[in-house]
Design a protein around this ligand. Structure first.
Ligand code: PMP
Length: 432
C-alpha cells in the first residue's frame, strides 16, 4: 500500500500545516493508528514490530499505565502550584533509585527542558558559563541546549562558552578507548581552551551510553578521568539519561551506574511516562537550593498530578514485570543472534550494544572502515517494508539503532534478527 493517494495527501497536508521539513521516518512514512505491547498498527491494519521506541518503555498502551492516567485525569489535573502528594510520592520513589547524594528533583515536560535546567544549575553553582559536550551529540531543542548540537548548528553560531570534544569511537579508534585517558585529555584541553578565553567551567554534559554518538563500547571507568578533570576545575557533571535511563541497558537502572560514576545532576525523559510528556532533573539538595535561589523557576505542567500518576505506574510495571532483567536476558540473546550475521554480510563492521539498546555499524569496506550511511538508510527502509521498525544513528549516521520497548521477548528478537538477515542479504547484493 505504498504511495497511495490517501497517503500522499496526508504527507502533503502535514507539510502544509507543520512545515515541509517537519521530521518523518522512512522513505514511505508509516501512518500509525494503534499500538499494543511491542506492536504497532497502521491505518490499513498492517502490523509492525516496534524495535525502535524507547518512549513506549513498558509497551504501547500498557493497561496499568492507561488505567492510572485515566483514573487521575478523571479525578483532578491542575497546574503545579497546589499541594499534591503524587509528585512527592513519585520523587521519593524515583530518587531511591539513585546514589544517596541525589535526593531532590524538578519535574518538567521534556528532556530538552530538563537539560536546559541542568545547564543553569551548573552555571548557578559554579558562577561560570563554560560547558563541555561531545561533538556528535544531541541534548534537545531549546535555544540553550541546541548550542550543544553539531547536527543542527545554532543560528548565530556556536556560543563562545561551548567546547565540543571528539566523541569516542570504539570502532575506528579502539586505542583511544583503552581507559578513557585520551577522552580525559580532550576534556582537560577544552577546560584550558575556555580558560585561555577568560571563561570558567560550569560543567560537562554527557549521555553515559553515548547513545546519539553511536553507543561505542566503553571499558569500565572510561569517564573517570574526564569526570575528575571537570571536578578539579570546579564544574558539575551532568548525566543525560534520556536514552539509557529506566533500566534499558539491563545491567543497571541508570547509564551512569553502569559507567561507574556518580553525577551531580541527572536528566531523564522519553521512557519516564511511557509516551506521556514527563521528564525530570535529579540532583543534590544543595545544588537544587542554589538553582532555586538563582532563578524563580516555575513549570505549569511539569509534575502535574496526571504526569505523576503515569510516571508512577511506569515504575510499577518495570518492577511487576521484571523488565530490567528481561532487557538483560533478551539483550544478550539478541546480540548472540546478531553477531553471526557479520560472518555472512560484509557491510557489518561491528556489532555492539547493551541490554535492549544494540545495533551494528555498517561499512563499505572492513579494511578502510568507510562508513555506509547509505546502506544503513536502505536497511531501515527495507526493514520497515517488511514490518520491522528501527532506526540509525552515530557519528556518521551508519549505525543501526535497535531500541525496542522493554517487554521485547526472545521470540521478537528472533523475528527482528531473522528479518535483518534477509534484508542485509538483499542490500548486500545490490549495494556491494
Ligand atoms: N537528550 C538526549 C540524549 C536525547 O536523545 C534527546 C531526544 N532525542 C533529548 C535530550 C531531548 O529530549 P526531548 O525530545 O524530550 O526534549
Amino acid at each position: 500500500a505504498h504511495g497511495t493517494q490517501a497517503e500522499e495527501t496526508l504527507i502533503g497536508r502535514r507539510g502544509r500545516l507543520l512545515g515541509a521539513k517537519s521530521q518523518l521516518f522512512y522513505d514511505e512514512p508509516v501512518h500509525l493508528v494503534r499500538g499494543e505491547g511491542v506492536w504497532l498498527y497502521d491505518a490499513d491494519g498492517r502490523q509492525y514490530l516496534d524495535a525502535y521506541n524507547n518512549v513506549a518503555h513498558v509497551g504501547h498502551c500498557h493497561p496499568h499505565v492507561v488505567e492510572a492516567l485515566c483514573r487521575q485525569a478523571s479525578l483532578l489535573n491542575t497546574h503545579t502550584r497546589y499541594l499534591h502528594t503524587a509528585i512527592l510520592d513519585y520523587v521519593e520513589r524515583l530518587t531511591a533509585t539513585f546514589d544517596a547524594s541525589l535526593t531532590t528533583a524538578i519535574l518538567t515536560c521534556t528532556g530538552s527542558e530538563a537539560n536546559d535546567i541542568a545547564l543553569r544549575m551548573a552555571q548557578a553553582t559554579s558562577g561560570q558559563m563554560g560547558i563541555i559536550a561531545t561533538d556528535a551529540t544531541y541534548h534537545g531543542n531549546t535555544t540553550a541546549v541546541s548550542q550543544l548540537s553539531t547536527r543542527m548548528p545554532p543560528v548565530g553560531g556556536r556560543a563562545p562558552y561551548v567546547r565540543l570534544v571528539p566523541a569516542p569511537d570504539s570502532f575506528r579508534h579502539p586505542d583511544a578507548m583503552a581507559d578513557g585517558k585520551a577522552f580525559g585529555d580532550a576534556v582537560r584541553e577544552a577546560i584550558a581552551s575556555l580558560a585561555k578565553d577568560g571563561i570558567g567551567l560550569s560543567g560537562m554534559i554527557l549521555c553515559p551510553l553515548l547513545a546519539n554518538e553511536g553507543f561505542p563500547t566503553l571499558p569500565s571507568g572510561f569517564f573517570d578521568d574526564a569526570v575528575a578533570a571537570v571536578r578539579e576545575a570546579g564544574g558539575l557533571v551532568i548525566a543525560d539519561e534520556v536514552q539509557p535511563g529506566f533500566g534499558r541497558t539491563g545491567s543497571h537502572f541508570w547509564g551512569h551506574q553502569r559507567a561507574g560514576f556518580v553525577p551531580d545532576v541527572v536528566t531523564m525523559g522519553k521512557p519516564m511516562g511511557n509516551g506521556h510528556p514527563v521528564a525530570a532533573v535529579v540532583t543534590t539538595s544543595e545544588i537544587l537550593a542554589t538553582f532555586r535561589n538563582a532563578f524563580r523557576y516555575f513549570n505549569t505542567f511539569g509534575g502535574n498530578p496526571v504526569s505523576c500518576a503515569v510516571a508512577n505506574a511506569v515504575l510499577d510495571v518495570l518492577e511487576d514485570e521484571n523488565l530490567v532483567a528481561n532487557a538483560r536476558d533478551v539483550g544478550i540473546y539478541a546480540l548472540s543472534l546478531l553477531r553471526p550475521l557479520a560472518d555472512r554480510h560484509d557491510c557489518i563492521g561491528e556489532v555492539r550494544g547493551a541490554g535492549l539498546f544494540f545495533g551494528a555499524e555498517l561499512v563499505h569496506d572492513r579494511e578502510t572502515r568507510e562508513p555506509a550511511p547509505d546502506i544503513a538508510g536502505r536497511v531501515i527502509n527495507a526493514m520497515r517494508d517488511r514490518g520491522v521498525l528501527m532506526g540509525k544513528t552515530g557519528i556518521h549516521g551508519n549505525v543501526l539503532k535497535i531500541r525496542p520497548p522493554m517487554p521485547f521477548s526472545r521470540a521478537h528478537a528472533e523475528l527482528l534478527i531473522g528479518t535483518l538477515d534477509e534484508v542485509l542479504g538483499g542490500v548486500g547484493g545490490v549495494m556491494a
